[in-house]
Ligand binder design. Structure first.
Ligand code: HEM
Length: 184
């Protein structure tokens, strides 16, 4: 697979950027250096002071069926809505055991067992999201998940992540950092 350099999205932690860090919680795996802000850029414009940078790209769907995609598309709201003043960046790494499975075995755990999509659909009115892939770049994390929501709905976001973390899918998560932000 070739990933064009211009398609890379970088999340840099440091003391500059449009997102102010409210909290950083390591749920599994190694912690990362605490930072006060996160800047999201194209790789070519990295801020000079970054303490860490994670690179990723937007990829095709792996597990979503046509019926699920139609439902997701109907309910999804774009990123960048002004009233969505809060965000969460949650980098995630899954185990070798996960990656050794076949696509159908992973889909079964992801949806038939864990109901990742079915559980999440109810939250689409409150949460805008973008999944970024980075495993194929040889990065430490496999995914950089990004969510935007209003501060008035953070309890809903908390309820969703709590539910997902109790599913079978999360038995395969070996690295997870929950970074909460607000717009500067
Ligand atoms: C409104 C909320 C959410 C919706 C609608 C949603 C939906 C989805 C969908 C459709 C996929 C599958 C993409 C594909 O077919 O390849 C996916 C993947 C994923 N989601 Fe969510 N999700 C939500 C919330 C979350 C949250 C809160 C987390 C993390 C705490 C999360 C973590 C992930 C990860 C890591 C993947 C990649 C799984 C893999 O490929 O192994 N999602 N999500």
């Amino acid at each position: 697979m070739t990933i064009k350099k211009g398609n890379l999205i970088s999340f840099s932690g440091g003391n500059q950027g449009q997102w102010i860090v409210r909290s950083m919680k390591t749920l599994s795996g190694n912690a990362i250096e605490p930072v006060s802000r996160i800047e999201i850029t194209k790789e070519s414009q990295l801020p000079a002071d970054a303490k860490w940078t994670f690179n990723a790209f937007i990829s095709n769907l792996r597990y979503t069926t046509r019926k699920e995609k139609t439902e997701l598309d109907q309910g999804s709201k774009p990123l960048g809505i002004e009233s969505n003043n809060y965000a969460a960046l949650i980098p995630i790494k899954k185990s070798d055991e996960w990656w050794k499975m076949t696509q159908d075995e992973r889909r079964k755990i992801f949806e038939e067992d864990s109901r990742h999509i079915a559980l999440s659909l109810d939250y689409l009115p409150f949460i805008s999201r973008q999944l970024h892939h980075c495993r194929d770049l040889g990065e430490h994390f496999d995914f950089l998940t990004w969510f935007e929501f209003s501060s008035a709905h953070e309890d809903k976001f908390d309820a969703l992540v709590q539910m997902l973390r109790e599913t079978k899918e999360w038995d395969y998560v070996i690295g997870e950092i929950d970074i909460r932000l607000h717009r500067s």
